[in-house]
Ligand binder design. Structure first.
Ligand SMILES: [Ca+2]
Length: 351
């Protein structure tokens, strides 16, 4: 634009007189000044556009952040609400669910051929694990009748999963009462979502014919967690006082074998003294039933409190290899599954 202006002016200048030249020069100056002013205006406009763009970008960024925070907050709130609803629903279901006492009664009265139930129901947690259930939780298993479930917690993650929890202990707002009589330990009690004993009758039925591994996971009040595994786990029938049988502890276990002391012992409860002590070991160890001898180095069914007075709490004696002293436990699970966890699934019996 400037080049065109100069050529135009020079052409005119060559043909102009002195007065005309002066006039043209003034016009030229005016044009140059206007051009300069126009350039300044354009530069200011560009600068303004940049500022507006930057402001819009910041506004968009802030809005995006605030929107994301709102969504996160809503999600958290919704998650908490859903969790509470599910928890209440589960509690409601459990309130109406058959008790382990009902289940044991059903097991005792079960006669093959008298039922018309589904026959492809898993008899244990391993059956569910093989069907793709890989999250631990409460399941109905069918170790006897295909009609009558036993409601248990299944551990689906530890060492391949498929473990039936036969005893669950842990910190609770209100601890389950384990100071119970023979009949309660026979049929089971408690809540599979929290603390419970599955019942001696069910344990006997599930271990009498299938080679079974017992596993114990336990934690002390300092947060140290240990485990032990025993093969050849089974318990006898009620006539034989639910006598305990376990093999040697697996060498890779981090627990020392305090359970060996209880091997081949009968079950003792507050009202059924089958131990070798002159007194009743259940009475001596806060009321919990167990396979006491005189009495026991481990007491999973005793009170779970942190105390130096070992007679008053659930303990494991050889917890620390460096010292021999009872250690109180704050959390514990006894669980079992078939020894051949790759073998055929155990299914319910009957039609
Ligand atoms: Ca005794």
């Amino acid at each position: 634009m400037a080049t065109f202006s100069c050529v135009f002016l020079l052409t005119l200048a060559a043909a102009a007189t002195g007065q005309e030249y002066q006039t043209l020069r003034e016009i030229s100056n005016t044009l140059l000044l206007n051009q300069l002013a126009l350039s300044n205006v354009l530069a200011e406009r560009d600068s303004g556009t940049t500022v507006i763009r930057k402001w819009l970008s910041e506004l968009q960024s802030n809005l995006t952040s605030e929107l994301a925070a709102m969504i996160r907050e809503e999600r958290t709130s919704l998650h908490d609400t859903l969790r509470e609803v599910v928890r209440r629903e589960l509690d409601g279901v459990l309130e109406g669910a058959p008790t382990t006492r009902d289940v044991a009664s059903s097991l005792n009265s079960y006669q093959p051929g008298n039922h018309s139930c589904l026959t492809d129901r898993p008899a244990d947690c391993l059956g569910y694990r093989r069907r793709g259930f890989n999250t631990s939780g409460v399941f109905n298993i069918y170790p006897g009748s295909c009609c009558q479930p036993v409601t248990v917690w299944c551990d689906m993650t530890t060492e391949g999963g498929g473990w039936v929890i036969m005893l669950a202990r842990g910190p609770q707002m209100v601890q389950e009462n384990f100071a119970r009589l023979w009949e309660d330990y026979k049929t089971g009690f408690g809540n599979p979502h929290r603390e419970y004993w599955i019942g001696n009758e069910v344990i006997h039925r599930m271990t009498e014919k299938v080679p079974t591994v017992l596993r114990i996971d336990a934690e002390d009040f300092e947060g140290n967690r240990k485990f032990g595994e025993w093969r050849k786990f089974s318990i006898a029938n009620e006539t034989e006082l639910y006598r305990l049988s376990v093999g040697d502890i697996w060498v890779a276990s981090t627990l020392r074998d305090d359970l060996a002391y209880n091997n081949q012992m009968a079950f003792t409860t507050l009202d059924r003294d089958n131990d070798n002590n002159k007194d009743n070991c259940a009475k001596l160890r806060t009321g919990g039933g167990w396979w006491y001898k005189d009495c026991s180095y481990c007491t999973p069914n005793s009170l779970m409190i942190d105390t130096d007075h070992y007679y008053n709490s659930s303990t494991w004696y050889h917890w620390n290899t460096s010292r021999e002293a009872f250690t109180s436990l704050r959390w514990l699970q006894l669980k079992f599954r078939p020894l051949d966890s790759q073998g055929p699934s155990q299914m319910c019996a009957g039609q």
